[in-house]
Design a protein around this ligand. Structure first.
Ligand code: ADP
Length: 361
């Protein structure tokens, strides 16, 4: 099977006067399962369609295996795309839907029989070849759309929100199937989603887009543990963000003036931030909570607060705690018998200093 690399160099695209992609630089390695993640309207589909050849960028270069394909029409790019609504032919059987691209390419009858048979087997639909799309479940239609795309042996597989039409349970099952299929084929795959959980559970690496600007590229854990800016910190997972300013750095400590909270003396990280405006980000589950008079672990940074709200979510309880003029969120793992803090409780929050991230954007 083909494995291609894809590279975007300084890609920009505008619809009229509205910029939609701004100076996108991205390299996707051969065989990677890569997610484009971002909120609705961030430009994900526009970028995917551009790779497929349905959109044209105004500046920059788009390269497959190092070759600029800007002028190459969609059908000559050898890129397979699965659309959100699957776009199956309703009057054709599953078999004929999958065979369509091969017939168009005037492949021999023998080759078509062999390739369609193999593609249907790969997606587990050999017994459904004579059905029509309307006689299939959403998940099965999705698999037909996949079979129809991989049967032409594309160099790149593009998936536009492939799971968004499925209900929650099926989505979880299909994302595993998709991942297994991609592993089996080793096909360079780029998939668009607005769902961070979907991106994190399936992709080898992902790019986070906001307002047409690539915010950060990396593995799920890389983005979650080391977000580069406020947007990524808040979009990949949940984050507490304290706005403020780094005012002083000394040998062992750092002073951060948190807006609405006052000065905090914190351990100086190995790679300290510059003095100046910054936000301090940390995850809710990295904050412990205890009653006010309890002596907490001395390695943590302790803040006094009052519980504003408590939500029981099964696996954990989420507390919003007012500290000074800001509200911080803490998630506590749950087990039967654990005491919960009611709204109004006077508590202390312990922040794990190694997990603090300073963001200057
Ligand atoms: P996403 O896939 O992240 O939801 P899109 O790439 O579909 O975002 O859209 C990005 C922006 O471009 C949106 O603001 C959208 O309204 C705009 N847009 C998309 N397609 C067109 C078009 N054909 N003409 C004008 N604006 C468009």
């Amino acid at each position: 099977m083909n494995k291609a690399s894809l590279e975007c160099r300084h890609i920009s695209l505008a619809y009229g006067a509205t910029p939609v992609l701004r100076d996108v630089n991205l390299k996707i390695e051969p065989g990677e399962f890569f997610a484009l993640l971002g909120p609705s309207g961030s430009g994900k589909s526009t970028l995917l369609r551009l790779i497929a050849g349905f959109n044209r960028h105004q500046s920059g270069e788009l390269l497959i295996d190092g070759q600029d394909i800007t002028g190459v029409p969609p059908h000559a790019r050898n890129v397979g795309m699965v659309f959100q609504n699957y776009a199956l032919w309703p009057h054709m059987t599953v078999w004929d839907n999958v065979a369509f691209g091969l017939v168009e390419r005037r492949e021999t009858k023998d080759a078509i029989r062999r390739k369609v048979g193999a593609a249907l087997e790969l997606v587990g639909l050999s017994d459904y070849a004579q059905r029509r799309p309307a006689q299939l479940s959403g998940g099965q239609q999705q698999r037909v759309a996949l079979a129809r795309t991989i049967v032409i042996e594309p160099k790149l597989l593009l998936l536009d929100e492939p799971l968004s039409n499925l209900d929650k349970q099926l989505r979880v099952q299909m994302r595993e199937e998709l991942k297994n299929l991609q592993r089996k084929l080793g096909l360079t795959t780029i998939f668009v989603t607005h769902d961070q959980e979907e991106a994190m559970t399936t992709a080898d690496r992902m790019a986070v887009l906001d307002k047409g600007i690539l915010q950060q590229v990396g593995s799920a854990a890389g983005l979650y543990d080391f977000p580069q800016n406020r947007f990524v910190a808040g979009f990949v997972g949940t984050a507490n963000l304290l706005e403020g300013e780094v005012t002083a750095l000394s040998g062992e400590t750092l002073t951060f003036h948190a807006r609405g909270l006052g000065p905090l003396t914190l351990p100086r990280p190995a790679e300290p931030p510059a003095v100046g405006a910054a936000a301090l980000a940390f995850r809710p589950h990295q904050v412990s909570i205890c009653v006010r008079d309890e002596q907490g672990d001395a390695s943590r940074v302790w803040l006094d607060g009052q519980v504003e709200s408590a939500e029981f979510l099964g696996e954990f309880s989420r507390y919003r705690v007012r500290v000074g003029e800001v509200a911080l969120v803490t998630d506590q793992p749950h087990y039967a018998g654990i005491a919960m803090f009611p709204p109004g409780a006077q508590v202390r929050l312990g922040v794990e200093p190694t997990q603090l991230r300073y963001l200057d954007r």
